[in-house]
Design a protein around this ligand. Sequence first.
Ligand code: DCS
Length: 493
Amino acid sequence: MTVTKNNTEKVLNINNVNPLIKNVEYAVRGKLAIRAEEIRTDLEAGKGNYGFSKVVSCNIGNPQQLNQAPITFFRQVASLCDNPDLLKKENLPLVSQLYPSDSIARAQTLLHSIGSVGAYSHSQGVPHIRNTVAQFIQERDGHAADASHIFLTQGASSGVQTLLSMLTQNEKSGIMIPIPQYPLYSASLALYGATPVNYYLDEATGWSLDINQLTESVTSARKQGTDVRALVIINPGNPTGQCLTADNVRDIITFCHEQRLVLLADEVYQTNIYEPEARPFVSFKKALMDHPDAEVREGVELVSFHSISKGMVGECGRRGGYFECVNLDSLVLEQIYKMSSVSLCPNLHGQILVDLMCNPPRLGDASYESYSGEIKTIYESLVRRSKKLEGVFNEMEGVSCQAAQGSMYLFPQVTLSDKVAAAAAKESMAPDAFYSHAMLEATGVCVVPGSGFGQKANTWHFRSTFLPEEHLFDQFCSDLEKFHSSFLEKYRD
Ligand code: DCS
């Protein structure tokens, strides 16, 4: 074969990259977020003529980007693990004045089991830390967990991708995903070439999940020849914030049993629960173990995901998480292990944070008071901010917003006029993208248009976090109110 040289064309170019990669879309860091970064750079350089001085990134659940303080105990242990010299005998007298005794003891224990944070660990994650996770799950659910079925990951994202890739046999392989959904799912399915099988959450009833809707969706996909293999549930929901009832969780498990589906339970927001009396978090693992039918308990294949990025921890940049496998075929577990070993191991800083999240200071420990105080402060502030923003949205003309029972987002529906639709079409944009772009240019607030998550045809939404700092929150809300009414005036039919 002759190789013709054509110096004007790159060997790897946009016409010959993996076509599946070209199909991937991820709106959380899409066009709008890129424009927001441009504006941020302009503002920092004193360039441009904007009516605001700062970009507020409400497009992503990234609490520390918006100055949420890290949990002190976590960072103390992490810093000691990073700099083990501080634990040397000669330094301990001084270090003990700066670090509480339990943070020193924890770092010693972790380093004893890890060795150095600079070394690769076991591909599945440090065994000691997987034991901590198993203990955490047992305390949470009242049912034993098996550390050998737990995989530590680089955030929940990499675990979700591992499972979705395992489940994709060919393009007929179907995975049920909620609409609206967090676009990690649609993006990964596009990448692996699997078929997304949509089921719709019901906005009118607080984004609830109806089993009939699941049945209709799986039945019609199978009729069309899709080999539906798994069901993804995000609970609490992203972008929708709903928290499923215990009955609903049990019925979903029964549905998976009847339809022979693997259940992927994305539970990264399990501690972002804002109506704990009415809507407590019920894990799928607990509901499975409590299921009245032994065939279901022993049959349904469940993988549940958790992360250090969310909750009150918010350590997104450290990239830590885990997934627990229940009732999976042992040969499949071996393949998961093999795939984990291809990327050697999840990073050690993330693994350490998983240990700390799953085993925080307990009553009686030196750090307990400060730890629980910090958690409570963040939690209570999230509750206040979610309620405040929900109220602001519901006061706006043409906007309706369901309460966030959990997670970090509100997903209001906006009625947009024909004039907006026409102006948006001129810019080749969906009306909600047009609205969100206008919001960014007017206020510096960056949200994500509903089209990035999927929504019922001819409805328009956007997703905003409620993470801006509380002392700036009134200003943030009033900027949004002002923008919304002037936008409506401008485009009134
Ligand atoms: N699952 C859900 C439901 C999420 O919302 C996220 C992140 C992840 C998994 C993955 O997170 P980690 O990989 O960091 O564990 N949420 C994105 C979002 O919508 N905003 O910020 C990131």
